[in-house]
Design a protein around this ligand. Structure first.
Ligand SMILES: [Cu+2]
Length: 276
C-alpha cells in the first residue's frame, strides 16, 4: 500500500444498512469522519443522523419519537387522517426535548447493493442513526430495528475533508449543482446555507414520472418512502444543519439525473442534470 492509499483508508468507518438494522461502530472520535456506507439489503435505505440533547439516549428517541410517529402514521395509513392532520398530530406528539436536537447530516436514499463514501463532521455527543423508510407493508424501518446510537468522543480525528469536483449548494429557495458533471466517479461537496436541507440523487429513466418522485419524497405524504421507489436513488447527504457541509461519492453514467431536496420540493426546487 502506498502512502496515498493509507491516507485514504485511515479513520474510515464502515456502516452496513441491512433489512432492518445498521451494522455500525458504537463509538468514533469527533471531527471529520469518512464513512463507507453499503446497502446490503433488498430495499432502499437512508441514514438520518441527529445529535441528541445531553442525557437523552436511543431509548428515549425510540419511545418519544419513533413510537408516537408510528402510531400516527398507522392512523394515516388506515385512511383515518389526512396529511395535514398527520403533520399536526405528529408535531404535537413529539417531546419538548426534541427542539434541542441538532441535525448532523446523514446518507441520502441508496439503492440495494450500492456503496458510497460519505464524509461528515461530528461534535462530541450522543447521536442516533435512523432509517424511517417503509417496508412494502408500510411499516417503518426504524420500528423493525433500523435505529441505533453512535457515541462521538472528545478525542479528535485528524481526518480532513476529501477533495471534491462537484458542488451542491442548498438554500431555502434554490439548489445549485455545478462542477465536473461527466461520466465517472466523483466526490460531491454539499453545503447547506439555511435550515435543515438535504439532497438525494436519482437516475431518471424515460418512463420515470416526476410527479411520482415528488409524492414519494415529500415528508408525511401517504406515499412517503413507501415502496416501490419511483426511481433508482444512488445516495446524497441527508439533513445538514444550517451552515453544515458533507461529502458523498457519486458514480455517473450517461443519462439523466435528478438532484432533489425534501425540504424544498414543495417550492419546485430541484435540478435535473444530463450526463453526456
Ligand atoms: Cu431502511
Amino acid at each position: 500500500m502506498n502512502s496515498s492509499e493509507a491516507d485514504h483508508t485511515d479513520h474510515a468507518i464502515t456502516i452496513l444498512a441491512e433489512d432492518y438494522a445498521f451494522d455500525a461502530p458504537d463509538e468514533i472520535p469527533s471531527g471529520w469522519t469518512k464513512i463507507e456506507f453499503t446497502n446490503q439489503g433488498e430495499e432502499p435505505h437512508l441514514m438520518y443522523i441527529e445529535r441528541l440533547p445531553d442525557g437523552k439516549s436511543v431509548d428515549d428517541y425510540a419511545a418519544d419519537v419513533v413510537v408516537p410517529r408510528t402510531e400516527i402514521w398507522h392512523e394515516q395509513r388506515a385512511g383515518e387522517i389526512d396529511r395535514a392532520l398527520t403533520l399536526m398530530k405528529t408535531r404535537a406528539a413529539f417531546p419538548e426535548w426534541r427542539a434541542e436536537r441538532t441535525l448532523a447530516g446523514g446518507v441520502g436514499v441508496v439503492k440495494p447493493g450500492h456503496t458510497l463514501e460519505v464524509a461528515l463532521y461530528f461534535e462530541p455527543g450522543s447521536y442516533i442513526l435512523d432509517c424511517y423508510m417503509k417496508t412494502e407493508d408500510g411499516e417503518l424501518h426504524n420500528m423493525e430495528g433500523m435505529v441505533r446510537e453512535l457515541h462521538v468522543t472528545d478525542a479528535s480525528s485528524d481526518v480532513t475533508p476529501p477533495d471534491h469536483d462537484i458542488e451542491v449548494t442548498l438554500s431555502n429557495h434554490e439548489m445549485v449543482v455545478e462542477g465536473d458533471l461527466t461520466p465517472g466517479r466523483h466526490t460531491v461537496q454539499v453545503h447547506n446555507e439555511e435550515v435543515g436541507h438535504n439532497v438525494h440523487v436519482a437516475r431518471l429513466e424515460t418512463d420515470t414520472e416526476m410527479q411520482d418522485i415528488i409524492e414519494w419524497i415529500t415528508p408525511y405524504n401517504l406515499e412517503y418512502f413507501w415502496p416501490p421507489a419511483p426511481a433508482t436513488f444512488i445516495g446524497g447527504i441527508h439533513y445538514l444543519p444550517e451552515g453544515g457541509t458533507g461529502y458523498f461519492t457519486l458514480e455517473l453514467e450517461p443519462g439523466r439525473y435528478l438532484f432533489i431536496s425534501q425540504t424544498t420540493v414543495d417550492r419546485d426546487v430541484w435540478q435535473e442534470v444530463t450526463i453526456e
